[in-house]
Design a protein around this ligand. Sequence first.
Ligand code: JFZ
Length: 439
Amino acid sequence: MRRLILILAVTTAVTGLSATPQGPSLTAVPPERAAAREWFRDAKFGMFVHWGVYSLLGQGEWVMQNQKLPSSSYEWLATTFNPVKFDAASWVATAKAAGARYITITSRHHDGFSMFQTKATKYNIVDWTAFKRDPMKELADECRRQGLKLFFYYSQLDWHHPDFYPRGGTGAASGRPDSGDWNKYLDFMDDQLTELLTRYGPLGGIWFDGMWDKPNANWRLDRTYALIHRLQPSALIVPNHHKAPLPGEDVQTFEQDLPGANTAGFNTREISTLPLETSLTMNNSWGFNITDQKFKSTKDLIGVLVRAAGNGANLLLNVGPRPDGTLQPEAVTRLQDIGAWLQRFGVSIYETRKGPVPPQPWGATTRKDNTVYVHVLDTAATSVTVAANLGPIARATMLSTNERVETRETGAGVTITLPKTATADVDRIVLLRLGADVR
Ligand code: JFZ
């Protein structure tokens, strides 16, 4: 009995998930994690990477499912994965030059192949391929060297593991036996997460995906989340389950959508008070897709970054590197161009919070202390109205040139007349210094 009480007490202390009189708390977290959440809110821009065995076929990361490939074929394919040109230093340098503050990478996607060294299965890049290297380790070391944080995407859905049973909505064609031990599968995941959180240095966090495949299963989330927060108290849990956040989770992420927009059809409209993130493909694919040339323009990508910031959210912008380990040139040029823009105008994005009004058809607003940045993305606009009571405005200037800008308080808010000289390439940014003292 005493032992039971002790176990209960320890579990409660460790999970932090115990019900308070008001129910489980989403916000009461230890100081390390609260600080990590603030770091996340400040970071504003991350590079997402989808890369794995599927990259070989150039049809996206769902190829195993979409082409109904049996495990036996995919296992053979995996033996041939040998990305000899992979260079962690250059990937991280590219992300850094783009202005990204973190990288989130697929340590294991739905195909079940571990892109890291693991004792939990031989089906991993070190033991299964001629490559024999651990690219997650190389990236973790480089991120530390170059000052970026690293998050591991980790799929809870597995199309290969025999114990992923009963199966969910996908993964039926891989030829696995109709039996399996669900709890053994959950143990396997906890073992792998333990490796990821103990062998790669301090992580930004874990980006979970795949629960949606079996929404009613017992995923033992409390136990897994407690494990993560015990192993690394400042690691953030970012779940892509498309629902309102659950206890223990740290970031609300929206796939292919700005917070609350749900153009994708599978996101929730409920926006929590947690840090927010929007994930976005650069073309229409996550994993390398050799026929998908529909890359968004740099202008459009910056537009999403600005609108995300205007919602108080980060942009997690995806690249799908090629099977030889190189980034696609189309992605590299866009990342370079975003980086050049952030070099000049990053002050209006990084460390900001959402502005006084939500994003508008003409653009978005961000705010830092007593400075409001009005981002005019509509290149045709000659004036815009920020429909909020901002109080006195001490100074209004174009961020790019310091040129004075005319503002007028109307009943509807503050109307800004854009100078004719302001060039309208991507984003005309007006800086409003709030307060009474005119300087
Ligand atoms: C998920 C993954 O399946 C995808 O491969 C990629 O990693 C992305 C970031 O996350 O995408 C999903 C997941 C579920 C649905 C749609 C996209 N869904 O339930 O409609």
